[in-house]
Design a protein around this ligand. Structure first.
Ligand code: PAF
Length: 291
C-alpha cells in the first residue's frame, strides 16, 4: 500500500494508473476504520483494479460545538486495516493540504439535504458535499463506495454527482451491523456500557416498521407511531426522528402502497447521552399492496 499526503502526488499516482488502463475504486472516509469501511474496500477491490481510500476528518462538515476535536482517530490502526482489506493507495491529507486558504467555494444540494440530518445539523451536508466534490475532483473518474448507514449522505452525493455531471459512479453498500443489530459507526466508540446496551433500540424500532410494511400496513402514520413507541420504551434514548420516506427525494410519504415500485425507506436518529446514532432500513412492499 502506498500512502500519499499531497494532492500533486495523488494526481500523479492516479494518472499513471489510468495510463495503464486501471479502473479506480474510491472509498472516502474520516478514518477510525471499522468493519463497515472495510466492507466498502473489499467491494471496491472486487470490482476495480486499484483501490484508493482517503482518511480526512473534514472540518467543514462539523458544526460549532460538534465533536471535531474529539472525533476518534487511530491512523496507525487504520493503515494496518486498510492494507489488509486491499487498499492500494491511502490518501491522508492534512487540513492545510485540503484547504490551503479559507474555503470560498462550497457546494449546497437543496431539497434532499434539508430534512432529517440537515434539520438537526444545518451546515453538515454543505460540508460533506464540498469535500466530496473536491475529493472527486482529485480522484477523477472512478466508482465511489459509500455505506448505506448514512442513507441521506448517499442521496446528497448522488444528487450532486448528477447535477454537476461528475464522472463518478456512486455505489451504495449495505450497512454492516454488530450482532445485536447496532449499525457500525466510528461514533459508537463514544458510548459507555449502559448506553451501548441501549443503542440497538434504533434498529429494533426500524425493524418493527419494516415488518409492519412487509405484513401489508399501508399507512405510514401507523408505522411511525409503532416505531416511536419502541424508542419511547428505552429510557436512555431520546428520539430525533423516525420516518417513512421516498428513497430518492427523501420526502415523508403518506400511503405506502403508491410507492410499491420504489420501496420506501425507514430512516431514524436517536440521541443516547451525547451521541447521535443514525440508521435506516429498506422495505419490500407486498405485491398486493402495490396494485
Ligand atoms: O461518511 C463519511 O465518513 C464522510 O462524511 C465523508 C463521506 C468521508 C466525507 O467527509
Amino acid at each position: 500500500m502506498r500512502e500519499v499526503a499531497s494532492v500533486a502526488e495523488l494526481r500523479d499516482v492516479l494518472e499513471a494508473a489510468r495510463r495503464e488502463g486501471s479502473t479506480i475504486g474510491f472509498v472516502p472516509t474520516m478514518g477510525y476504520l471499522h468493519a463497515g469501511h472495510l466492507s466498502l474496500v473489499e467491494r471496491a477491490a472486487s470490482e476495480c483494479d486499484l483501490v484508493l481510500a482517503s482518511i480526512f476528518v473534514n472540518p467543514l462538515q462539523f458544526g460549532i460545538g460538534e465533536d471535531l476535536d474529539a472525533y476518534p482517530r487511530d491512523l496507525a490502526g487504520d493503515r494496518e486495516s486498510a492494507e489488509r482489506a486491499g487498499v492500494d493507495v491511502l490518501f491522508v491529507p492534512s487540513t492545510a493540504e485540503m484547504y490551503p486558504e479559507p474555503v470560498a467555494t462550497t457546494v449546497t444540494v437543496a431539497g434532499v439535504s434539508e430534512r432529517f440530518e440537515g434539520a438537526s445539523r444545518p451546515t453538515h451536508f454543505a460540508g460533506v458535499a464540498t469535500v466530496v466534490a473536491k475529493l472527486f475532483s482529485l480522484s477523477g473518474p472512478c466508482r465511489a463506495y459509500f455505506g448505506e448507514k448514512d442513507f441521506q449522505q448517499v442521496a446528497v452525493v448522488r444528487r450532486m454527482v448528477s447535477d454537476l455531471s461528475i464522472p463518478v459512479e456512486v455505489v451504495a453498500c449495505p450497512t454492516v451491523r454488530e450482532d445485536d443489530g447496532l449499525a457500525m459507526s466510528s461514533r459508537n466508540a463514544y458510548l459507555d456500557p449502559a448506553q451501548r446496551a441501549a443503542a440497538p433500540v434504533l434498529h429494533r424500532a426500524l425493524s418493527v416498521g419494516e415488518q409492519m410494511i412487509r405484513e401489508g400496513v399501508t399507512h405510514a402514520d401507523e408505522v411511525r407511531v409503532a416505531m416511536t413507541e419502541v424508542v419511547a420504551a428505552e429510557p436512555l434514548a431520546e428520539l430525533d426522528y423516525l420516518e417513512v420516506v421516498d428513497p430518492v427525494a427523501l420526502e415523508p410519504v403518506g400511503p405506502i402502497r403508491v410507492l410499491a415500485d420504489r420501496p420506501v425507506r425507514l430512516l431514524g436518529a436517536v440521541r443516547i447521552g451525547a451521541t447521535r446514532l443514525l440508521d435506516n432500513v429498506g422495505t419490500v412492499v407486498p405485491a398486493e399492496a402495490g396494485r
